[in-house]
Design a protein around this ligand. Structure first.
Ligand code: BGC
Length: 719
């Protein structure tokens, strides 16, 4: 940014602050208190006599949540709060496409505004430290650079609509187990280098107007009123003047919260006046235990937020929801998020020419996912399942049949009468979902006495049907019983006996296409060798089934790349083999900076599929790699040519391999992603790409390629 522009912005910020101070000066203590805590589950109080409206918030990353009653977690049941359901943040990350991230953010912003919201509680950007974290589907990646780049674009897209993004959860909220009380033990340098940079990017580069504190504790303090995180880092080091909102129920002490840099306390119960920053705070001010100036600072920041959103000047964008354009963005995002993991014999794309019959097998083939997952649930206008997507694409002349193949366990969550959020903070707020225990439990209940029998019946039925069709497509994986807020998995195993089913089906039909869905990887060891064609599909929004079918049948050329390592098993992940995960009181991040591929590549552990991996139906060649100095910055540049038979997109990834320190045998981290660019190329087309490389490059090797383990160009930085 130019100096003049920066000066201008600083001046505007100063003027805004002055106006906010004056307004705050006219308010009573009661009025101020009303603005800094939830007066409803998703709303604070305004000050009518001064023309200050309340702040209205809503979840979440994949769409604007349905309307709840103001004081209970019961959905009102309206018919006009159906919305566009976007692919989850992991899917967005798999596109590696900043422009698309901005557009998807734009959909969320427009819909939030269209539904009358001021703050949208998204995006979730915690680093994926372990594949077992139940909320991974809401997060982008294991890599801070990829997360930061895409989250910043997403935030900008949201905020174009005069709606604030709320980047969450600050910070190190990497497990759900005992999420309210669990203390994270982490080296400060690792925290700063790995877990905070994406927040910096989303808040400072993306300019997010608000941020949400995490439930967990760090260095002995609850993150929602942590002096270290909120005061030292956020306000002092990052000079952040946006609003800090607590996670719902993340505040535990009146004075600590009031004196911290937290601005708004939200929670899950309806005793709004008893929130820590409500009546108890008023008493503390009157007793002289908290200075009123501490509250004034919060009010000034909230008013500045309202000014930024044009809430006070009547000059605000109206927004809109459920537009055709929004659905198109959801579709394009879904298309680019599908990852072709394996296509050994070139069986994909499937032919539409001579096919008469197709069998789709697997519960996920016909399951809707939008209504699950926790606070990220969406009341989608519609959701195209894979089965519907395939039928829609092939038309009526092809017989497309469906076999469930396996079924879910009977679970409490099927009871739609109780909202999980009401009870989600009991007993520390989260647990580990043990698939075997659950199974045992469910087999003991009357309902599920039949689960095992039913599963066997479905298994046999699928085996019996499979030989009879021209094509067989398996669509399985996880669902929101595993990928869910308040819940961590205990291993990466496929649930519901799918390994056995897959293995047997592949014996009968070695040509079967395997599609696995989920927000985190699963173990594939029992059948992967037998599967020639394997596709990964995330929770990919209302048009997910359309996009998947288009990729399977070659209408769309896949271009998704894994934004995280797909381990063979969870014990290959450093959080499990070096550090702790899922402990109830404290979790030590002993793996230090060796998270995800940083661990696998440094310690020579083979993943099932590596970070950045993703195939295409065409191929690309790289040439002419060089480093270019321009305006004090270093750029990696190279030519990429589409040498295959059809148009497609490639994401060039640039990894920096630091020089080994003179007294060390090898560098601490083998390589890290520092830049990427996605290019769209017609058959035979060549493009020159430039990728800016930030950070220290002294003595480093530059490795550029198609994935973290498919490096095409090596260079030495001469800097
Ligand atoms: C979640 C947040 C969410 C909030 C409001 C909490 O349980 O952790 O991500 O925004 O609820 O629904």
């Amino acid at each position: 940014m130019s100096d003049i522009r920066e000066e201008q912005m600083e001046k505007e910020r100063g003027e805004m602050r002055e106006r906010a101070r004056k307004l705050a000066g006219a308010m009573t203590l009661d009025e101020k208190i009303g603005m800094i805590h939830g007066a409803q589950l998703f709303r604070t109080k305004g000050v009518e006599r001064l023309g200050i409206p309340p702040l209205t918030m809503s979840d979440g990353p994949m769409g604007i949540r349905q309307e709840f009653r103001s004081d209970s977690w019961k959905a009102i049941g309206l018919t006009d709060d159906y919305v566009t359901y976007l692919p989850c943040n992991s899917a967005l990350a798999a596109t590696w496409n900043r422009k698309l991230a901005r557009e998807a953010g734009g959909v969320l912003g427009a819909e939030a505004r269209g539904r009358g919201k001021d703050v949208i509680l998204a995006p979730g950007i915690n680093i994926k430290r372990s594949p077992l974290c139940g909320r991974n589907f809401e997060y982008f990646s294991e890599d801070p650079h990829l997360t930061g780049e895409l989250a910043a674009a997403f935030v900008q897209g949201i905020q174009e609509w005069d709606v604030a993004a709320c980047v969450k959860h600050f910070a190190v909220n990497n497990q759900e187990t005992q999420r309210l009380w669990m203390e994270v033990k982490i080296d400060e340098q690792v925290l700063r280098e790995l877990y905070l940079p994406a927040f910096y990017d989303a808040l400072k580069k993306g300019g997010s107007y608000t941020v949400m504190g995490a439930y967990n504790k760090l260095y002995g303090e609850h993150c929602c009123h942590s002096d270290f995180l909120l005061n030292q880092i956020l306000r002092k080091e990052w000079d952040y003047d946006g609003v800090v909102v607590s996670d719902w129920g993340g505040v535990h002490d009146t004075e600590a919260a009031a004196n911290s840099q937290l601005d708004i306390e939200m929670s899950v119960t309806s005793n709004f006046d008893q929130y820590y920053m409500a009546e108890p705070l008023k008493k503390a001010v009157r007793a002289g235990r908290v200075k009123e100036e501490a509250i004034d600072e919060k009010i000034v920041r909230i008013l500045m937020l309202m000014m930024r959103l044009h809430m006070l000047d009547g000059n605000r964008k109206p927004g809109c929801y459920n537009t055709e354009g929004h659905r198109q963005t959801a579709l394009r995002t879904a298309r680019e998020s599908v990852v072709l993991l394996k296509n050994q014999k070139g069986r994909l794309p499937l032919s539409r020419e001579h096919v008469r019959s197709v069998l789709v097998v697997g519960d996920n083939g016909n399951r809707i996912h939008s209504d699950g997952g926790g606070s990220g649930e969406v009341k989608a206008l519609y959701e195209i399942t894979p089965l519907m997507g395939i039928r829609k694409l092939l038309g009526g002349n092809v017989k497309v049949d469906y076999a469930e193949g396996y079924c879910k366990d009977w679970e409490k969550r099927e009871d739609k009468e109780t909202n999980w959020q009401e009870t989600s903070l009991e007993h520390g707020g989260g647990f580990r979902h043990d698939s075997e225990e659950n199974q045992k439990h469910s087999e003991e209940t009357t309902h599920s006495a039949g689960t095992a029998g039913r599963r066997e019946q479905l298994f046999l039925e699928a085996l019996e049907m499979a030989p009879r069709y021209d094509q067989v497509i398996f669509v399985g994986g996880l669902n929101h019983d595993q990928d869910c807020e308040g819940n961590d998995r205990t291993d990466m195993k496929l649930p519901y006996g799918q390994d056995r089913l897959l293995s047997k089906l592949l014996d009968i039909r070695p040509d079967m296409t395997v599609v696995i869905m989920g927000g985190s990887p699963v173990e594939m060891g029992q059948w992967i060798e037998k599967a020639d064609s394997l596709v990964w599909n995330w929770y990919s929004g209302m048009e997910g089934g359309t996009a998947l079918a288009e990729v399977l049948y070659g209408v769309v050329n896949p271009s998704g790349k894994l934004p995280e390592s797909f381990y063979k098993t969870h014990t290959d992940c450093s959080a499990h083999c070096l550090g702790d995960f899922g402990n109830e009181d404290e979790t030590e991040y002993r793996e230090g900076p060796l998270v995800g591929y940083r661990y696998l590549d440094t310690c020579h552990v083979e993943p099932e599929f590596c970070f950045g991996h993703g195939l295409s139906y065409t191929s690309f060649s790289y040439h002419g790699g060089k480093l270019v100095e321009e305006g004090g910055s270093t750029f990696f540049s190279c030519l990429v040519t589409n040498i295959g038979e059809r148009e497609g997109a490639e994401t060039v990834q640039v990894y920096v391999r630091p020089a080994a320190a003179a007294d060390e045998e090898k560098p601490e981290v083998f390589q890290e992603l520092r830049g990427f660019e996605k290019v769209f190329l017609k058959q035979g087309e060549t493009q020159m790409i430039y990728i800016k490389l930030e950070g220290d490059l002294r003595g480093a090797k530059i490795a550029a390629g198609s994935s973290s383990r498919d490096i095409r160009i090596f260079l030495s930085a001469q800097v």
